[in-house]
Write a protein that binds this ligand. Structure first.
Ligand SMILES: [Zn+2]
Length: 218
């Protein structure tokens, strides 16, 4: 441990992101909380979404520890949450069993203005290292033209319209014949993932899967 980490641990002792109990090292969860939070499940897709997505998995529910970690990172720039997210991901390797080994990971993009303001794309930040270590490289294949109104409070129909025509393939990207794992922090109705998958499929992608850290869907 370096001096800096030593001081940091003294000032802010590492805590479990769910129950806030003190833990040994930064990024640790207590065993019980981690076990409760891992809830790998396949998400139900609308008929339309199922037309372009093979399957979408969520690793947990959008509440408790995971919700705090995601919100803190996204809205308060707390990169200190990344080690806990990584520990969580490291315990979810089994979700990748059904993803083709040829797949490339593609983060759902933010608009350039939003990414500049936030300083990062949270999906890229959360998933890149974990997936790269498992042989799935990340590639920024998609562009988002504009930011959409918050999806919360919109009907399924409104959400679909909200994201229509927002995504496109990034310049010079060829998706033909490729298998893609779309990654995002959360999924609500799947309208965003579906819109991204459609663009990739139109660009010739073979199979598109989705993976999100958490979902508030059943
Ligand atoms: Zn705990």
């Amino acid at each position: 441990m370096g001096i800096f980490e030593g001081i940091l641990d003294f000032l802010y002792p590492p805590r479990c992101p769910k129950c806030r109990a003190y833990v040994k090292a930064r990024g640790d969860w207590c065993v019980e909380c981690l076990r409760e939070t891992i809830q790998i499940h396949r998400l139900p897709l609308s008929v339309e979404a199922a037309g372009s997505l093979m399957a979408v998995w969520a690793l947990g529910r959008y509440r408790g520890g995971l919700q705090d970690l995601i919100r803190g990172l996204k809205y308060h720039g707390k990169k200190g949450n990344l080690p806990c997210i990584r520990t969580f991901l490291n315990s979810c390797d089994r979700v990748l069993a059904d993803v083709p080994s040829s797949a490339v990971a593609v983060p759902v993009p933010l608009s350039p203005a939003r990414e500049k303001q936030r300083g990062f794309n949270q999906a890229d930040l959360m998933f890149r290292g974990w997936l790269a270590e498992r042989g799935i490289p990340m590639e920024r294949m998609l562009l988002r033209k504009r930011e959409t109104t918050a999806q919360y409070g919109l009907s399924a129909e409104e959400r679909r319209e909200n994201v229509q025509g927002v995504f496109s393939l990034a310049e010079g990207i060829c998706a033909r014949g490729r298998d893609v794992l779309l990654v995002d922090d959360i999924m609500t109705t799947g309208a965003t993932l579906s819109a991204c998958a459609k663009v990739l499929r139109r660009g010739g992608a073979a199979r598109v899967y989705g993976l999100v850290l958490a979902s508030d869907r059943a």
